[in-house]
Design a binder for this molecule. Structure first.
Ligand code: AMP
Length: 223
């Protein structure tokens, strides 16, 4: 059982690494952004009340209300595919969200913080394409699919995210520094209390280099 949080700004490569690590260790890959994108497309909320205006909030690059996010994540973590563990990609993004899982005694083994410069973030996000059903991401320059605009595995169409534009990315970075960055201190304290392990990773590097470092950390700690 491995429960991991990937912390970091948009475009730091959390999603890409979450796909690789979840395949390697056979653990669930939970992206709150992906859950929200599917919710907006397919309206499947498993009984959780929500207001469709969250889509406008996302497109503007702002954070969604803690209340909805916490309900979605608690429900998701209880699903059968999480029995072997999970990676949380993009959750928590506020102290309140972090406290919500702590109060529910959902323990976390590792927090991995992806550190990356703002310039790299903008470069990676502009040109990014995603496969909506799987959450697989590509980049027209750095990680192109075999055929332009087509997912390698399914042959389905890729899309540009509506919040992957310069204006929204700037807003998402502002939100990150204001609400999410304080989680570094929060989890450093959790480390001091012996509640989890906390690692800081240089995410300015290539996908393969970051992956190697993550795998080494997992191995060192006997996963
Ligand atoms: P992501 O796919 O992780 O980049 O998330 C895309 C967008 O979904 C964010 O810019 C937020 O609007 C929203 N979102 C995703 N996760 C959260 C979260 N934990 N708390 C609040 N908003 C979130």
């Amino acid at each position: 059982m491995i429960r991991v949080i990937f912390l970091g700004p948009p475009g730091s490569g959390k999603g890409t690494q979450a796909h690789l690590i979840s395949n390697k260790y056979n653990i669930a890959n939970i992206s709150t952004g992906e859950i929200l994108r599917k919710l907006s497309l397919y309206n499947q909320s498993n009984g959780i009340d929500f207001d469709n205006t969250f889509v406008n909030t996302m497109n503007a690059g702002h954070l969604i209300d803690d209340e909805l996010i916490i309900k979605l994540i608690i429900q998701r973590i209880q699903q059968a595919d999480c029995s072997n563990g999970f990676i949380l990609d993009g959750f928590p993004r506020t102290i309140n969200q972090a406290l919500s899982i702590k109060q529910k005694n959902i323990s976390i083994d590792f927090v991995m913080e992806f550190n990356v410069s703002d310039i790299v973030v903008i470069d990676r996000i502009i040109g990014r394409q995603i496969h909506i059903n799987s959450g697989r991401t590509y980049h027209v320059k750095y990680n192109p699919p075999k055929h332009y605009g087509i997912d390698d595995m399914t042959g389905e169409k890729l899309i540009f995210r509506t919040d992957d534009n310069v204006e929204a990315v700037q807003q998402r970075l502002d939100q990150y520094y204001k609400y999410t960055k304080p989680l570094s201190k929060f989890y450093e304290k959790e480390l001091e209390l012996g509640n989890l392990l906390y690692f800081s990773v240089n995410a300015n590097r290539k996908v393969s280099q970051i992956y190697k470092e993550l795998i080494n950390i997992f191995k060192l700690h006997k996963f």
